[in-house]
Design a protein around this ligand. Structure first.
Ligand code: CA
Length: 236
C-alpha cells in the first residue's frame, strides 16, 4: 500500500491556497497549510512534510528567510511559488536552497509535474548508496565520475578542466535549476566575477561537444535569466 505523501503549502492568498489544495487532494496528496512564515516553519518542523510549496511574498517574513531556516535542518524539497515581478527573488530562492520554482499564474499540470519530479529526485537521492552515484547517464550521454571519462553515443569526448567542472556539477544536481551565481561560485570560487559571460562561453563549448543540435538542446536546458537545468540521471 502506498502511503499518501504530505505536502505543506505556505501561502497567504486564500484563493490560490484553495485552488492548490483542491488540486493536490484530487491527486491523492495529503495537504496541510500555513498562511504565514511563522506558521509554516512550525508546521514544517512538526509535520515532517515530503515537500514544501512556498509562496515568496508572505506577510510576516520573506520566503527566502523561510528557505534558509528550513535548510539548517532539512533537505526536504522546496518549490517556490513566485510572481512574475519577483525575478530577482526567484534566483535568490534557488541560491538559498530551493529546488525549483513555479511562476504565477501556472497550470495544474505544470505544478503536478514539478512536484512529481522534486519528490522522485529526493526519494532517489536519499535511498541509494553513494557507490551507485559514480555514474551519470541520460540518453547517449554517460559521465563516469571515478574515471573522469565522458562519452556521447559511445565516443569519448574531451573537455577542459572548467568544462568538466561545470558539466559534473550540473549532472550531480540533475533535474534541479542551478543559478548562474551558484555555478560561477562552484567553478571559479567565491570571488568569481558575477558577469556570466565566461560561463556562457564555456556552456556554448560544452553544448557543441554533447548536444546534437545546440539550438535545440536535449541534455542541458537554459532557464532564461536564471541558470541551467540538466536532464535527470537515468542511472538512479
Ligand atoms: Ca503572497
Amino acid at each position: 500500500m502506498n502511503l499518501k505523501q504530505k505536502i505543506l503549502l505556505i501561502e497567504d492568498e486564500k484563493n490560490i491556497c484553495n485552488f492548490i489544495a483542491t488540486t493536490l487532494r484530487a491527486q491523492n496528496y495529503k495537504v496541510s497549510f500555513a498562511n504565514s512564515a511563522a506558521n509554516g516553519l512550525s508546521l514544517a518542523a512538526s509535520g515532517c512534510p515530503d515537500l514544501i510549496l512556498l509562496d515568496l511574498g508572505l506577510p510576516d517574513m520573506d520566503g527566502i528567510s523561510v528557505i534558509r531556516n528550513v535548510r539548517k535542518w532539512s533537505h526536504v524539497p522546496i518549490i517556490v511559488i513566485s510572481a512574475r515581478s519577483q525575478e530577482r527573488e526567484k534566483v535568490e530562492a534557488l541560491d538559498a536552497g530551493a529546488d525549483d520554482y513555479i511562476t504565477k499564474p501556472f497550470g495544474t499540470s505544470e505544478l503536478m509535474a514539478r512536484i512529481r519530479t522534486a519528490l522522485r529526485r529526493f526519494t532517489i537521492n536519499s535511498s541509494i548508496p553513494a557507490s551507485d552515484q559514480s555514474r551519470y547517464r541520460a540518453k547517449g550521454l554517460v559521465i563516469d565520475y571515478d574515471k573522469h571519462v565522458i562519452t556521447v553515443d559511445g565516443n569519448i569526448v574531451h573537455f577542459t578542466q572548467i568544462e568538466y567542472k561545470i558539466l559534473t556539477f550540473l549532472s550531480r544536481n540533475a533535474g534541479k535549476v542551478i543559478t548562474y551565481d551558484t555555478l560561477l561560485t562552484h567553478v571559479w570560487g567565491p570571488y568569481a566575477d558575477s558577469n556570466n559571460r565566461i560561463l556562457r562561453v564555456n556552456m556554448a563549448n560544452i553544448r557543441r561537444k554533447v548536444e546534437h543540435n545546440s539550438a535545440d538542446p536535449q541534455y542541458i536546458f537554459t532557464e532564461i535569466g536564471i541558470g541551467y537545468r540538466m536532464i535527470d540521471n537515468e542511472n538512479l
